[in-house]
Design a protein around this ligand. Structure first.
Ligand code: NDP
Length: 284
């Protein structure tokens, strides 16, 4: 199965389909990631907040897959936005992963109501980390259009990606359009709305007609919109299901039917980035 790659605005390439490990308990992470790698995933999305970077690294080493064939993302935890904390914990992430470089490092949340509203100095620190060679690309997550404008205006550096919530119930067009305007690749988190799409009648009817599952139809919708996705599953059959997306296509009508499920703000599965302010201190 050939996974397409997307070229980022800094010249690097990222596999459009990967595997996410949010809410994979630490004790299950090595096994889960090893299975995902066996299925064929070569892009893993983790975070300091998920508290499973060491187990992701162990799975990668155990797989024997050359590092250059893998794409690894991690993210700065909410409690670590001050420049010195960002530098220190980034070094810890590399150590836990057992790597001298990640492919992508993101600010996990903008936290505009914390740190006196200053996420620009955090962004400057990520730019510094990229210059030092510890990460190939740098980007952001959960940044709203005005947050993007601000970091770009103040630093002149455009993030390579913005990882935001996108699913058929929350199509998040405003943030996707802002990303596109700046040449930022959109990564769609919780792409199957944490499994909710499996019970959707509209998506189910399309899936039955195509001989696919609702999850596959939804993941295909994302791919055809050009977004990068990394569905999570702890079950091998679902990992395989979520990876089998490249031998069918959705018509314009089917694409439109999924997009029409958008419910705006009430369709979110996660918090609104303008108000989310949780400082997670796991592992500290
Ligand atoms: P997903 O939309 O990927 O859904 C995962 C859930 O759906 C799990 O409960 C899983 O259960 C179930 N599932 C998986 N495959 C199927 C299937 N084929 N049919 C039915 N159910 C299925 O949610 P996530 O929140 O995990 O999002 C994916 C990734 O995005 C995360 O792992 C993380 O890397 C990233 N993310 C980033 C955020 C951010 O703020 N930047 C926020 C949230 C997520 P089971 O495991 O039992 O199979």
């Amino acid at each position: 199965m050939h996974v397409p790659t997307i070229r980022l605005n800094d010249g690097a390439s990222i596999p459009q389909l990967g595997f996410g490990v949010f809410l994979v308990p630490r004790e299950d992470t090595q096994r889960t990631v090893e299975q995902a790698l066996q299925v064929g995933y070569r892009h893993i999305d983790t975070a300091q907040m998920y508290d499973n970077e060491a187990e992701v690294g162990a799975a990668i080493r155990a797989s024997g897959i050359p590092r250059e064939d893998l794409y690894v993302t991690t993210k700065l935890n909410n409690g670590h936005h001050l420049p010195d904390d960002a530098r220190r914990t980034f070094a810890e992430s590399l150590e836990k992963l057992g790597m001298d470089r990640v492919d992508l490092f993101l600010i996990h949340w903008p936290l505009p109501t914390r740190y006196d509203g200053d996420f620009v100095s955090t962004w400057r620190t990520l730019i510094e980390l990229r210059a030092s060679g510890g990460t190939t690309s740098v980007g952001v997550s959960n940044f709203e259009p005005d947050h993007l404008d601000r970091i770009i205006d103040e630093t002149g550096v455009v993030p390579a990606v913005n990882q935001i919530e996108v699913n058929p119930y929350f199509t998040n067009e405003a943030a996707r359009a802002a990303d596109a305007r700046h040449g930022i690749a959109t990564e769609a988190w919780s792409p199957i709305a944490r499994g909710r799409v499996a019970h959707d009648e509209t998506i189910g009817a399309i899936a039955r007609r195509l001989g696919r599952t609702a999850a596959q139809v939804t993941l295909r919708w994302h791919l055809q919109r050009g977004d990068i996705i990394f569905p999570k599953s702890m079950h091998r059959e679902r990992m395989e299901e979520n990876f089998a997306l490249f031998d069918f296509a959705l018509s314009d009508e089917d694409m439109a039917a999924l997009s029409a499920l958008d419910r705006g703000e009430s369709g979110r599965t996660g918090p609104n980035p303008n108000t989310f302010d949780m400082i997670h201190r796991s592992g500290e």
